[in-house]
Design a protein around this ligand. Structure first.
Ligand SMILES: CC(C)(COP(=O)(O)OP(=O)(O)OC[C@H]1O[C@@H](n2cnc3c(N)ncnc32)[C@H](O)[C@@H]1OP(=O)(O)O)[C@@H](O)C(=O)NCCC(=O)NCCS
Length: 182
């Protein structure tokens, strides 16, 4: 059962339901991102982000074939892993972003979605999965370390750290990333 600090009594009666978000339900991604508090939005996007920017982001194309994995709780999308393909041919690469609504953070949703994102990437033969986050993002640093992230010497824009995972490689963590957790 999910223990959710900040979610009060709901924590003891609600279980997350993990599903892929179909394209026709992308408005739910937008609504989820809009519910992030300013500090979480800042950590998610690396810059202060207003509603208009989030709406525009949610409506944009982002290239081919994104996979959005969600945790639904009581019918609402409360946490999301967005996997965007960044190469069209082999070797395949992709980029990952995670977001968990504030009242549901620190309950393991981000870790579970990270595992699912890695499985998704592996099933699409992605050899390199990139992720950017701010240096002060302690939760993200912890999750990245748990899943064997490799650091890169370069920083992306806005002073973000870039790490990458190898879903097909020897660094793939069977304890977190395998089908055993399904
Ligand atoms: C980052 C984020 C996705 C993590 O999701 P989450 O569901 O809160 O994370 P989890 O509960 O699965 O794991 C958090 C881990 O960080 C650890 N942690 C929490 N606060 C910490 C701190 N101050 N210092 C170090 N570790 C910390 C937790 O103990 C846990 O590690 P554990 O599983 O080993 O105990 C979520 O907090 C979020 O959406 N933040 C805003 C958006 C964002 O930062 N996105 C990432 C960049 S794209």
């Amino acid at each position: 059962m999910l223990t959710v600090p900040g979610a009060g009594m709901q924590a003891h009666i609600l279980l997350p339901d993990y599903r892929e978000l179909p394209e026709e339900d992308r408005l739910q991604l937008c609504a989820h991102l809009l519910r992030l508090a300013p500090a979480s939005r800042y950590l998610r996007f690396g810059i202060p982000t207003n509603d208009e920017t989030i709406v525009r982001y949610s409506q944009s194309d982002h290239g081919s074939d994104p996979v959005i994995c969600c945790a639904h709780i009581a019918g609402e999308v409360r946490a999301v892993a967005e996997v965007y393909m960044t190469s069209e041919g082999w070797p395949f690469s992709a980029e990952l972003a995670l977001s968990v609504e504030d009242d549901w953070q620190d309950a393991g949703l981000g870790t579970e979605l990270m595992a699912r994102a890695l499985r998704t990437a592996r099933s699409r033969h992605v050899s390199r999965l990139d992720m950017n986050y701010l240096p002060e993002n302690h939760r993200m640093r912890r999750i990245a370390a748990k899943f064997g992230a490799h650091s890169t010497p370069r920083e992306s824009g806005a002073g973000m750290i870039t790490v990458y995972f190898e879903p097909l490689g020897p660094g793939y963590s069977p304890s977190f990333g395998s089908e055993l957790r399904q």
